[in-house]
Every structure is written in C-alpha cells, then in structure tokens.
Design a protein around this ligand. Structure first.
Ligand code: FES
Length: 375
C-alpha cells in the first residue's frame, strides 16, 4: 500500500473505533503507519510444546541468575567489611575484596538481566519482515489513539501473558536490581561521618598530636620497623623527600608503624628550597615553614593522586595523573591543570633535639572534595 492509498482510507468514526476488536485496531494502526507486513511467523505456533518450555526455562534461567546476583550485591554492599584496613593488617584481604565483590555482583546482575531480555527477544519474538513508508512530521491523532492496540498485539504475539515463569523471574531480577540501586543511593545518607565529632576520622590525619606526644617527620626506608627521623641537614637544597608521621609510643609497634606509612592522607612532601628563594606565604600560614623547609600534603586536590614530582628549576610540584602543577614558592597554589585548590601545608619546626616535627595537624581537608567545602 502506498502513502497516498493509506491517506485515501476512510477515517473510522469514534463509534466504529469502539466496536473494533484489539486485532482490528492493531491492523488499523499498522495501516495508518503505512506498515506492510511481508512475512510473519511465530516461533512457537503451537503453544505448550516441550521446545517452547525449554526456551522459557533458558530465558528464566538468566533472570534468576540476575536476581541472585542482585541479592548477592545487596548482601555484600550491606554486610561485607568495608572499613579501611591497611595492607598487612588482619582483615586486609577481606577489605580489599569489597569493591571487586560489590562491583562484580552488580555487573553480573545487569549482564544477566540484559542477556535474559535478548534471549527472550530471540526465542519468542516472531520472525517478521515489515515495510514502512517514511513519514514526515508527527503521527496524526487517530494513529496515536490506536498505537496502544498495536503494542498490545505485539505483546500477544510473543505470548508474554501466558509465560508466568518468565514474568516472575524477570520481575524478581528487575525488582532486586531496583532495590539494590535504591539502597545504594540512600545508604550513604544513613551513615553519619561526623558521629564522633572532632574525633571523626575525616576531620584529622595521622599528623594530629595525641596525648601531648611529639609528631616527628620520618622517611620510609622500606622497612616499617626501621625509624629514620629527619634533620634539616639531611636534605639538600632544591630537593624533595616524602615523609610520614611518627610518635615514640609507636616504636616497636609494627601495626602502628605500618599504618602510619599506609594511611592515605599521611604522605607529605618535605621540600627544601634553595637559599634566598623568594616565597609568597599564604595569609595566616606565615610560620608554617621552617627556614627553607616547606611541607605540603602529597595528595592532589584534583582527584587524590600522589603529586610525587618536584621540579627544582621551576619549583613546581607536578601531579602525574592529569598534569596539575602547584607552585612550591607560593603556598603550593595550582598554576596549571585541573586542580583548583592549593595543596594543604603542614606546619613544621625543629625541636630541641634537632629533628623536624609537626606543630599541628593540617588546618584544612586533604585531597579533593570534602563535605563542608563550598567549592
Ligand atoms: S589527580 Fe592530580 S591532576 Fe588529577
């Protein structure tokens, strides 16, 4: 049928539309859309055969796998030990598996659901070849009123109404996935990160003074139990060294020493500028440095990579991840790349014994985003 022929078709009255059967309405909708069905063959013309049941079970199997994976995702998301454990500490292996398990289960849930839908289409949708003329503009009112009948007929053709196994398994898979996504969205709002007030872990780093103990700067020699404290004369002008916090009470305590080296917000770059370098201090942080020594958090304020590179000629600190650059002579303010915030500066001095020590914790949050931050 051509476009002009279909337009010449008499438009049925509202009463005639009311009297039409769903099949007649669907045929009318196809005619109005200038659709000509060239070939249509149902996959299972005789309902209830063993082949059809087998196909149903195969499709339902994917939906059941999806539902089970969804339940596993929910269970692991809610009950798997997720709190940070440093490498080497008891429970680290389980903690390290948290993200792979949660991600793997959710991925399997979505994958099996998708495969189930594809399998359903391949096994039950009729083999059909249709030709449709191209239309300009929107469908007319009558076509819109008959489209539901067309969709209902499509559902009837694939026999979804009588396939309760597939309907139930697909509903379970989609329901569990929806529930999991809902819980994942709401769960972070339930946990209060500030429950312990000023002792909440997010408020401070390993540089915080506890029980009046001095917090020394130590280097990592590769052996956590070996304590190598830093003296100003140890470091050459124009160089950088990574340092970590150390307290005398931790000496001999393998777990505490390892934790101090591995805690993600502890690494600090100790930079010794060349003598006579002109420096612009940040307001309120004029005495955070000791002579030519400046200590900045190593955690990039863009996305948290370690900003491990110091270029002595230009006095720039470089982050290898997305090439942000920070100027060491100007309180590590960003001068290039995507980072928009200066690296936090650790206040340091030298104690009576001649060792470099922190005079307090950082006075601002480490790394990228933070809840109380406006920008
Ligand atoms: S994490 Fe440093 S530039 Fe992106």
């Amino acid at each position: 049928m051509t476009t002009s022929e279909s337009h010449q078709q008499r438009t049925p009255t509202a009463a005639e539309l009311e009297d039409m059967t769903p099949d007649e309405l669907a045929t009318l909708a196809a005619n109005l859309d200038d659709v000509v069905v060239v070939h249509n063959q149902r996959k299972f013309p005789i309902p209830g055969t063993r082949a059809e049941k087998r196909a149903e079970r195969a499709v339902a199997g994917w939906f059941i796998i999806s539902a089970l994976a969804g339940l596993a995702f929910l269970g692991s998301f809610l009950f798997w030990p997720w709190e940070y454990v440093a490498p080497g500490e008891p429970g680290y292996d389980l903690y390290a598996l948290y993200t792979p398990v949660v991600g793997g289960m959710f991925g399997l849930c979505v994958l099996a659901l998708g495969i189930g839908v594809i399998a359903y289409v391949k096994k039950f949708f009729p083999d059909e070849v249709s030709v449709q003329q191209r239309h300009d503009g929107a469908s007319d009112d009558l076509a819109r009123r008959t489209v539901m009948a067309q969709l209902a007929k499509a559902g009837k053709d694939v026999g979804i109404a009588r396939r309760s196994l597939i309907k139930r398994s697909a509903g379970a898979a989609a329901g569990v996935m929806g529930l999991g996504l809902g819980i994942a969205a709401v769960a972070p709002l339930v946990h209060n990160p500030w429950k312990e007030r000023e002792n909440s872990p997010l408020w401070h780093t390993g540089w915080r003074e506890t029980n009046g103990e001095v917090v020394y700067l130590r280097r990592d020699t590769g052996h956590p139990e070996e304590i190598s404290l830093v003296r100003p004369e140890d470091q050459e002008a124009g160089s950088m060294e990574t340092v970590f916090p150390f307290r005398e009470s931790e000496r001999g305590d393998e777990e505490a020493l390892l934790h101090a080296l591995r805690k993600s917000d502890n690494p600090v770059m100790l930079i010794r500028l060349r003598p006579g370098t002109h420096v612009i201090e940040r307001e309120g942080q004029e005495n955070f440095h000791y002579g030519d020594f400046y200590a900045f958090s190593k955690i990039c304020t863009h996305l948290g990579c370690p900003t491990s590179l110091y270029e002595a000629q230009t006095q720039r600190i470089l982050c290898p991840c997305h090439q942000s650059q920070f100027l060491a002579t100007e309180h590590a303010r960003p001068v290039f790349g995507p980072a928009t915030r200066a690296l936090p500066q650790l206040p340091i001095t030298v104690n009576d014994e001649g060792y470099l020590v922190a005079t307090s914790d950082f006075i601002e949050a480490i790394g990228p985003a933070f809840w109380e931050r406006k920008s």
